[in-house]
Design a protein around this ligand. Structure first.
Ligand SMILES: CC(C)(COP(=O)(O)OP(=O)(O)OC[C@H]1O[C@@H](n2cnc3c(N)ncnc32)[C@H](O)[C@@H]1OP(=O)(O)O)[C@@H](O)C(=O)NCCC(=O)NCCS
Length: 261
């Protein structure tokens, strides 16, 4: 439980680097201020008050008013009343395993993988890899590859926001490359001694070559070498969790998401 409380503090802290907050009863809404990734609402840190459907509805109204996605995130074990409240308020709820790094299972050095800096000309295409990867859920090999990545590459304000976060060391990006460009990518977001690895994705055409695992290992090694003590992530499903377990992570809890069906 102590481990989960540490992660809960992280979930509350990380959006504060790029968002302001609004409080609605037991829920905190994070409103992005830098043009970057929109954030969720989640239970207030340290509150064990019971959450109701009316609380969730109030926040959804405000999210709609601000043009934000109506997304909620929480840790199942720490906010047990939230699931029923979210479902009653009409949200589709999903559970995702949370894993913490025990020990890296193999040497993280892989010459296909490198750190991507703020000024790297490939950064927009690295985001393209993530867009295509998450646009093709599951772990199967597929047809989408370099062409789709280049079409999905990111530019303009969202890329500038990412560059600023890399410079501020609130986001660290690693990617795997083949001769034509990036094919797998992921980031970690350190806050003090804790970091979360997110956005790990491989182009469907490059899957099942060990790239997802290699990027995850490189991110975890980077975090440990920069003084982070707790490296965690949440897996989309049990197939993805198995990949992370091979890398050296262990399941400790359940991250919940709620969004309109
Ligand atoms: C999850 C994801 C990142 C995995 O990427 P990947 O590059 O295929 O990952 P890996 O190759 O390291 O491992 C995937 C599987 O291929 C296997 N594999 C690795 N190298 C292999 C090889 N040379 N030959 C055959 N299989 C291999 C791994 O053992 C693993 O098998 P498992 O299902 O038993 O765990 C990718 O499928 C993806 O982008 N999915 C959509 C987005 C997503 O869900 N991201 C995770 C968010 S939590």
């Amino acid at each position: 439980m102590t481990e989960l409380l540490q992660l809960e503090a992280y979930f509350d802290a990380v959006p504060r680097t790029a968002a302001r907050t609004e409080t609605y009863g037991p829920l905190t809404l994070f409103v992005t201020i830098d043009g970057g990734w929109p954030y969720y609402a989640r239970p207030g840190l340290g509150l064990d008050a019971s959450i109701t459907a009316a609380d969730v509805t109030k926040v959804r109204d405000r999210q709609r008013e601000l043009g934000l996605p109506e997304t909620f995130e929480w840790v199942a074990e720490l906010s047990p009343s939230m699931r029923e409240a979210a479902e009653e308020a009409g949200l589709r709820v999903e559970a995702h395993p949370i894993l913490v790094l025990d020990q890296l299972s193999a040497d993280p050095v892989d010459d296909r993988v490198r750190r991507v800096t703020a000024d790297d000309p490939d950064l927009g295409r690295v985001r393209g890899v993530q867009n295509v990867g998450f646009g093709t859920p599951g772990t199967a090999v597929g047809a989408a590859g370099a062409t789709e990545r280049d079409t999905a590459a990111v530019d303009g304000e969202p890329l500038d926001a990412l560059r600023a976060r890399i410079r501020a060391h609130t986001t660290v990006v690693y990617a795997a490359f083949d001769p034509e460009g990036p094919v797998a990518a992921g980031i970690h977001q350190p806050v003090g001694e804790v970091t979360e690895i997110v956005g790990v994705a491989t182009l469907p055409s490059a899957r099942r070559r060990g790239l997802g695992a290699a990027v995850t290992r490189a991110l975890a090694a980077d975090a440990l070498s920069s003084g982070v003590r707790t490296v965690f992530l949440s897996a989309g499903d049990q197939d993805v969790a198995r990949l992370y377990e091979h890398v050296g992570f262990r399941q400790v809890g359940t991250a919940m998401t709620g969004e309109p069906a």
